[in-house]
Design a protein around this ligand. Structure first.
Ligand code: ASP
Ligand code: MG
Length: 407
């Protein structure tokens, strides 16, 4: 019988200390003894990546992105070596590799590189020798032989991309929660674990603030139709399957509620209402590298209008610099900023065919005196920008309004 190839990814919290590394090693070993080929992707131990980042920022406010990648990629090199040692201690042969060693080729955009190809020759050779292969997540190498990283949370992407390259049967993402929940169980204790969720819904939830998986990795899983099993590394319980489509899922209009407190708002007042002005503003902002999210332009009655937009708070400074510059050039008025906003969203693929969902969301918020500042919709989600202080309250209200505690 042909052996299955299983890719297992363990997040930072699953390998936060020596005991956990040993537990993970046992789990990998068990999978291997069921006659599988096992390729493991591992994140840096615990909060290592945050700590490395902090070290850099204690030295300079403006570290070069190349040096950041040199630094940040070391975390995963430590964890993959330790995990290989732990597996060997159990009596099974194992070998660790960096992204570079297994030919994970990326473009050269440091700190947010995109994977272009994976050679995987060394992985296949090691599997043939019946070794358990352990790959450092989150990293690759560019054509110029520079080490790159794939953006925060990028080990998920390494795992999914390896599953594609190796034609794996399944990609298991082990984490510190039991799966994907209808909302963050730390905020709403009635949150339920979801059994099956579609790639589209998961992608939307991940982009809108659910923190279990990196959004880019879901995009790749969707493109290549790689089923993902998100589960806990601390229990044997089945987690959540992320799949292409499940007929039953179509009936559910709202599958989850997410929130994101890391957004900020910038408003440019008294913008001349002329063709080409919005283009100029957002060209300047995009040149700064800031990622604009929701844009709202008011109707003008006086040939002047206000334009507001949101950006991730991490892009706030560059977006504000760019906005200040362009506002002066086009002779706009004052610039207002607000960092105390957050976005709350409902997600569900059944929204395509159900109506009245938006009305129900706005009514639930209104009944609880939560003011909606901006609204944005996609085919399968509705988001509102609200006062950050009311975030958790709004999440609870929406979870209840859509009866997500009853699924
Ligand atoms: N260690 C990296 C991070 O914390 C990558 C990962 O955990 O997936 O972002
Ligand atoms: Mg991490």
């Amino acid at each position: 019988m042909k052996k299955h190839i299983i890719v297992q990814k363990f997040g930072g919290s699953s390998v936060a200390n020596v005991d956990r590394i040993k537990t993970v090693a046992k789990r990998i070993f068990e999978t291997k003894t069921k006659n599988n080929n096992v390729v493991v992707v591992v994140s840096a131990l615990g909060d290592t990546t945050d700590e490395l980042e902090e070290l850099a920022f204690n030295i300079t406010k403006n570290p070069s992105e190349r040096e950041m990648d040199m630094l940040m990629s070391t975390g995963e090199q430590i964890s993959c070596a330790l995990l290989a040692m732990a597996v060997k201690e159990l009596g099974h042969d194992a070998i660790s590799f960096t992204g570079n060693q297994v030919g994970i080729k990326t473009d050269s955009s440091h700190t947010k590189a995109r994977i272009e190809t994976i050679c995987g020759k060394r992985i296949k050779a090691a599997l043939k020798q019946n070794k358990i292969v352990i790959v450092a997540g989150f990293q690759g190498v560019s054509d110029e032989d520079e080490i790159t990283t794939l953006g925060r949370g990028g080990s998920d992407l390494t795992a999914v991309a390896l599953a594609v390259a190796l034609k794996a049967n399944v990609c298991e993402i082990f984490t510190d929660v039991k799966g994907i929940y209808t909302t963050d169980p730390r905020v709403v204790k009635q949150a339920r674990k979801i059994q099956n969720i579609t790639f589209d819904e998961m992608l939307e939830m991940a982009s809108l603030g659910a923190q279990v998986m990196q959004a880019r990795s879901i995009e790749v899983a969707k493109r290549f139709n790689i089923p993902i099993h998100v589960r806990s590394s601390f229990s044997k319980e089945e987690g959540t399957m992320i799949v292409k489509k499940d007929e039953k899922l179509e009936e559910i209009s709202v599958r989850g509620v997410t929130s994101n407190k890391k957004e900020s708002k910038i408003t440019i007042c008294s913008v001349p209402d002329q063709p080409g002005i919005a283009a100029q503003i957002f060209t300047e902002i995009s040149k700064s590298g800031a990622n604009v999210d929701i844009i709202v332009q008011n109707v003008s009655h006086t040939k002047l209008t206000d334009i507001s937009f949101t950006i991730p708070t991490s892009d706030f400074n560059k977006a504000l610099d760019a906005t200040t510059k362009i506002a002066k050039k086009i002779r706009a008025g004052e610039i207002l900023t607000d960092k105390n906003i957050s976005r709350i969203s409902i997600v569900g693929s059944g929204m395509r065919s159900h109506h009245g969902i938006a009305a129900k969301m706005f009514q639930a918020l209104a009944k609880n005196k939560i003011n909606i500042d901006m609204i944005s919709t996609s085919e399968i989600s509705i988001s509102c920008i609200i006062d950050q202080k009311q975030t958790d309250e709004a999440v609870k209200i929406l979870h209840k309004a859509f009866q997500l505690d009853k699924i």
